[in-house]
Ligand binder design. Structure first.
Ligand code: MTE
Length: 307
């Protein structure tokens, strides 16, 4: 992993222009990187300083926090553990098996996945269920692009995402903190939503291992734990998959996990959040501020019961 100049830049200085310059710098300097297949595409497709229409204009959280304060329990439960230990993760070769209720199951290598779609920069808010939040400039493409490759069958209603459990590199998987591998799930319409992203990079650079290299999910209107890191399998199912957090604490973590300031976690309020790097708390927004785009997915549901 290479974090160069760990954004010693203040958040206020990070303008779209600055982001763009960093990205160009990275793209020029990165020949020979493991992700070299990503580079020509990113170079060709990222417009000058133009983050996607889905991006927030809020200041991105400095890279030192994005890549230094993480939850990746496979590497330990302290926030500093992933940055300290995830360099060991084997990210090549890497394949993602797409299976279950589909016409054409496929196993795609990371290189093939990177060729499926243009890379976009998406600056999204990420709200962790623990009460902190960040703004992260991701590089990626919609999960829908991947799902369309396999022609889902009519009875497929959900997708289960299974992440890596590398016993030799992940000290956490020897401890029974969660039922490994870490799994997550989405209803098919959530998975196909244009905001739902597969991220392969951030801050214009290759995804740091601690953020879920080589590819991770990002679902910006849900609590951060829905965004499974280092995905190895996507399975289409008819019934709602049970996720690692539902198995660990069913009263605390539901399947939907939409950010909702009105539904408290049994042990703490979800009404406010602390943006990492800021002092004062902010009010948490319904659906993390993405309600206009996603609220209709839940029309008619009781979000207190289906939390
Ligand atoms: N994915 C895996 N495989 N293991 C994890 O422990 N933690 C989740 C999510 N994805 C986790 C995971 C949680 S709780 C959060 S808040 C986000 O990753 C954090 O993502 P970040 O470290 O990139 O900010």
């Amino acid at each position: 992993m290479r974090i160069r100049h760990p954004a010693a830049i203040a958040a206020s200085e990070i303008t779209p222009r600055a982001l763009f310059d960093r990205r160009r710098e990275f793209l020029r300097a990165s020949a020979g990187l493991a992700l070299s297949t990503l580079v020509p595409q990113a170079e060709a497709r990222l417009g000058p300083g133009k983050p996607s229409i889905y991006s927030t204009s809020e200041a991105p959280t400095p890279l030192k926090h994005v890549a230094g304060y993480n939850n990746f329990y496979e590497f330990g439960t302290d926030k500093e553990d992933p940055a300290q230990y995830a360099h060991a993760l084997h990210t090549r070769p890497w394949t993602v098996s797409i299976e279950g209720l589909v016409q054409k199951p496929k196993t795609l290598g990371i290189e093939e996945l990177l060729r499926l779609a243009p890379l976009e920069e998406r600056i999204y808010r990420l709200r962790c269920v623990e009460g902190w939040s960040m703004v992260i400039p991701w590089l990626g493409f919609p999960l829908a692009t991947v799902l369309k490759q396999v022609e889902p069958l009519g009875n497929a209603k959900y997708v289960e995402l299974v992440t890596a459990a590398q016993e030799d590199t992940m000290p956490g998987v020897k401890r029974h903190v969660l039922d490994w591998p870490y799994t997550e799930g989405l209803r098919l319409d959530e998975a196909m939503h244009p905001l739902t992203l597969i991220a392969v990079g951030l801050y214009g650079d290759v995804l740091p291992n601690q953020n879920g290299a080589p590819l991770r999910l990002v679902v910006p209107w849900k609590y951060g734990f829905k965004s499974g890191k280092s995905i190895v399998k996507i399975r289409f199912t008819e019934s709602e998959p049970r996720t690692a957090w539902m198995k660990a604490a069913p009263r605390e973590y539901g399947f939907y996990s939409n950010v909702n300031p009105e539904v408290d976690h049994p042990r703490w309020s979800q009404a406010t959040e602390r943006r990492i790097g800021e002092f004062f708390k902010r009010r948490t927004l319904p659906f993390n501020g993405y309600g206009e785009q996603v609220a209709q997915l839940y029309a008619g549901m009781d979000l207190r019961k289906q939390f």
